[in-house]
Design a protein around this ligand. Structure first.
Ligand SMILES: Cc1cc2nc3c(=O)[nH]c(=O)nc-3n(C[C@H](O)[C@H](O)[C@H](O)COP(=O)(O)OP(=O)(O)OC[C@H]3O[C@@H](n4cnc5c(N)ncnc54)[C@H](O)[C@@H]3O)c2cc1C
Length: 401
């Protein structure tokens, strides 16, 4: 059980760095900061390990296959940063399963953005047809959807990272290295004071040298306090677990992570975490919500839409699904935010744009550098807070990438 007293003393520097939000990204930042020997304090509004944000449940896809060379290149660092967590924690973080990006004829997402990006970065992949997909992964032969003219990008390095467990492991590593993490402690205000920052909670004011803000669905609330606004859409998404008596064809090693690159877009996993069912979900299928007013009740219409798709994909001998809700926070261009706040270099902001967990440990490592005053690397330019595409009005079609 982690310590509970906040111990903030007004106007006296309490810690070097404060991390606000302890989901996957914030927990990684706390870990990588503590790993540098920095005195770090973390604040989470809910209990640590809660299921009201974006970093809970069993699994997230990790992959090298992306729609731009920049993401393909960065994804190598994502794997590397998770390997560092594995080495220190002795917990497996990456389970390699292989992955297929599926492109039906006339797909809404252009496969060439993926094949050209992978080629540009010399990352191995295969371009295979539906017959080959069914031969390699017989589970797909039970459905009607993977016809011969469905093409696929097969990426052997794709796999799974554990969302809830990975977040918890990084919290444990951070505490083991001296960080103080507070659950149930909402940050009410972040106030730049000269070159430092006051972090205000119900229990006091913490003066710190710099702050990392990783609050995902609550980002707009924090930015408004700091006179900044970016268009964001917070949507209520859900994943569903489909039970079946015989799951042998759907296990790791016999079934890949998969993404249906069309509109609507769906994705799924081999059996992982919950060993009684196979998991799938729809990308960007949810409605916009207020993160504080959202329910945890699954949406029947979304579940039925996904169930119909799963029956076409894998046949219809699944039992009734069990669903878990989760929040997406989408930027206009669906690119990350990873930058210092203009005018306040002591405040860094991170946002995973609903595809950030695979990069969580890399986010943490990069945020630790920013919070310690290191320059913003050139490779972060696509994630700047001042890029014009971030300030464009929200348009769902931009999320189809
Ligand atoms: C259904 C679903 C499927 C996904 N699939 C994938 C995938 O396959 N691969 C992938 O890479 N990514 C995926 N993602 C995206 C990924 O999960 C997120 O990008 C990532 O988890 C975001 O982490 P975070 O730490 O920024 O957000 P969160 O985990 O939401 O953490 C933010 C934290 O800030 C806290 N907070 C907010 N305001 C305050 C405050 N004032 N004071 C204190 N604490 C505060 C919140 O309570 C929360 O715990 C998926 C997301 C969802 C929802």
């Amino acid at each position: 059980m982690l310590p509970v007293s906040v111990g903030c003393v007004a106007h006296a520097k309490t810690a070097d760095v404060a991390v606000v939000g302890l989901g996957g990204l914030g927990s990684a930042a706390a870990y990588w900061l503590a790993r540098r020997g920095v005195d770090v304090v973390g604040f989470e509004q809910f209990e640590l390990g809660h299921a009201r944000g974006a970093s809970h449940d069993h699994s997230r896809i990790i992959r090298r296959s992306y729609h731009t060379p920049e993401y393909v290149r960065l994804s190598a660092q994502a794997y590397d940063a998770w390997r560092a967590v594995e080495a220190e924690s002795r917990h497996r973080m990456i389970t390699i399963t292989g992955g297929i990006d599926l492109f039906p004829p006339g797909a809404a997402i252009d496969h060439r953005t993926y094949t050209s990006s992978l080629s540009a970065e010399s990352v191995p992949y295969e371009w295979i047809d539906g017959a080959d997909v069914r031969r390699r992964w017989p589970a797909f032969a039970a459905g009607e959807l993977i016809s011969d003219d469905v093409m696929a990008v097969y990426s052997p390095q794709s796999g799974i990272v554990p969302a809830g467990h990975g977040t918890q492991v990084m919290q444990q590593l951070a505490v083991a290295r001296g960080a103080t993490l507070h659950g149930g402690t909402p940050v009410r205000a972040i106030r730049p004071v000269g070159g430092e920052v006051d972090v205000v909670t119900d229990e006091g004011v913490c003066r710190v040298g710099s702050v990392v803000v990783a609050v995902d669905a609550w980002t707009s609330r924090v930015l408004q306090q700091l006179d900044m606004e970016i268009p964001l859409a917070v949507t209520l998404e859900q994943v569903s677990y489909f039970p079946r008596p015989d799951l042998r064809d759907l296990g790791v090693g016999r079934f890949p992570v998969w993404i249906w690159m069309d509109d609507p877009s769906f994705y799924g996993f081999p059996v992982f975490g919950d060993m009684t069912a196979v998991k799938a979900s729809e990308d960007c299928g949810g409605r916009e919500v207020d993160p504080d007013l959202r329910t945890s009740e699954p949406v029947a219409e979304m579940e039925q839409r996904l169930q119909r798709f799963m029956q076409r994909l894998l046949g219809n001998d699944f039992g009734a699904p069990r669903s878990v809700t989760c929040l997406y926070t989408l930027t206009s261009d669906r690119d990350f935010v990873l930058d210092r706040l203009p005018g306040y270099p002591q405040i860094s902001i991170a946002l995973g744009a609903a595809h950030g967990f695979k990069f969580a440990s890399w986010f943490g490592r990069t945020l630790a550098g920013l919070a310690c005053g290191e320059p913003v690397a050139e490779e972060l330019a696509p994630f700047s807070l001042t890029r014009p595409s971030l300030h464009a009005p929200i348009d769902r079609s931009a999320w189809m990438v």
